[in-house]
Design a protein around this ligand. Structure first.
Ligand code: 3PG
Ligand code: MG
Length: 410
């Protein structure tokens, strides 16, 4: 967006793609008076201010949830609508926000020109109600593009989806990266390209399948150099799947059976870098947290780290009884001098006190409860962050790069 800094944008309409896919609980708490702004909303406010200060009008585009997969029309209507965001946005922006609804299940976009004459901020209903959105429909993208003069993607967390409002739309309008997206790329590049050593990666959470790419990418030898990662600490379902790959009994613990073979291959190729828990907390035949010895080892390693990447809790943090491992890791990161990137909805939420599953006193004292300090970056991306760290080029970022080249040529 730096190229827009010195331009007057008055009478220009921006199509701004954001990600309002926010946990229902976080949204509800805020609606009921909780002070902390849901963090995905908070992150895009600077971009909106940037645009309004320069006189631009805007149409805000977002998805919410996965309406196609949800069953029942009633369910679709309540938990997937973006309507509740109108009140929130108008309060935060101190200006009226006009909501535009449309006929679901068609790709006929409504006429916005008359509305834009009187409203400077318009919020469109959940884009995923349009069938063409998730199919990256070109005709549909062109219709959306017809509303504006330029496009800004400030939704890093959905940039791994080849959707019309993320990818195809950039073919029809000059396109830019929003401030929050720029910041995401800057921080993720830092840990990928020049991580201060030792680089420690912590992987937990229910699934290992979406983390295999990250492990492979960081174990890879680049031009004869030794692998970039010094140590990968595992917990949660990720560790369980490794245990299963070693043919250890895991009872009824979470485990991804489909990828046991892949996990076994990783154990062979990355044996000396992959650390599995030495002890665990078991309840009703399920491994629900890492044990005390493991906590001690992991914390010791994090203390000496130069860089930390963390995705996925160490246990079943929904129950505070099984949150000790994740809490200790979070505290160790906060205390350390390492630069840390933390992502994946649940893991990031640990650092956002408003919806944190547990309280970390140091977090409150040092960062006022919302850690995005110089040394901890909480990525808004879950899947997007993991794909980026796997070395994949995200469709949304490719689209912006192409558009940039076109703009430079013209
Ligand atoms: C997310 O929350 O991860 C993003 O909003 C993307 O949502 P999706 O996984 O449903 O595409
Ligand atoms: Mg996701």
């Amino acid at each position: 967006m730096s190229s827009l800094k010195n331009k007057s944008l008055s009478n220009q309409t921006c199509l701004l793609r954001v990600d309002f896919n926010i946990e229902n609980g976080e949204l509800r708490d805020y609606q009921r008076g909780a002070k902390q702004i849901p963090w995905r909303i908070k992150r895009i406010l600077p971009t909106i201010r940037f645009l309004t200060e320069r006189g631009a009008r805007m149409v805000i585009l977002s998805h919410r949830g996965r309406p196609k997969k949800a069953s029942g029309v009633k369910h679709q209507a309540s938990s997937h609508s973006l309507k509740p965001f109108v009140k929130i946005l108008s309060k935060l922006l101190k200006r009226p926000v006009r909501f535009v609804n449309f006929a679901r299940g068609t790709d006929d976009v409504p006429k916005l020109t008359p509305i834009l004459k009187t409203s400077s901020v318009v919020l469109l209903e959940n884009l995923r109600f349009y069938p063409a959105e998730e199919k990256n429909g070109k005709k549909f993208a062109k219709k959306l593009a017809g509303w504006g003069d330029f496009y800004v993607n400030d939704a890093f967390s959905v940039s791994h989806r080849k959707s019309a409002s993320v990818s195809a739309i950039t073919k029809f309008l000059p396109s830019y990266a929003g401030l929050s997206l720029e910041n995401e790329l800057k921080n993720l590049d830092k840990v990928m390209k020049k991580p201060k050593k030792p680089l420690i990666i912590i992987l937990g959470g229910a699934k290992i399948s979406d983390k295999i790419g990250v492990i492979k990418n960081f174990l890879k030898n680049v031009k004869g150099q030794k692998s970039k990662v010094n140590c990968i600490l595992t917990g949660g379902g990720v560790a369980n799947t490794f245990f299963a790959a070693q043919k250890l009994p895991i009872g009824k613990s979470l485990c991804e059976k489909k990828v046991i073979r892949a996990a076994s291959n990783l154990l062979t190729s990355g044996a000396n870098k992959l650390l599995l828990p030495a002890d665990t907390v078991v309840y009703q035949k399920k491994i629900l947290d890492i044990g005390a010895k493991t906590i001690e080892t992991y914390v010791g390693i994090i203390k000496k780290a130069g860089t930390v990447i963390w995705s996925g809790p160490m246990g079943y943090i929904e129950n505070p009884k099984f949150a000790n491992g994740s809490k200790a890791i979070a505290e160790a990161i906060i205390k350390s001098r390492a630069f840390a990137v933390v992502g994946g909805g649940e893991t990031a939420s640990i650092f956002q006190a408003a919806n944190s599953k547990f309280q970390i006193p140091r977090l409150h004292r040092r960062f006022g409860g919302q850690a995005n300090s110089k040394h901890i970056f909480t990525s808004t991306g879950g899947g997007a962050m993991l794909e980026f760290l796997s070395g994949k080029k995200l469709p949304g970022i490719i689209a912006l790069d192409k558009s940039k080249k076109m703009l430079q040529r013209s």
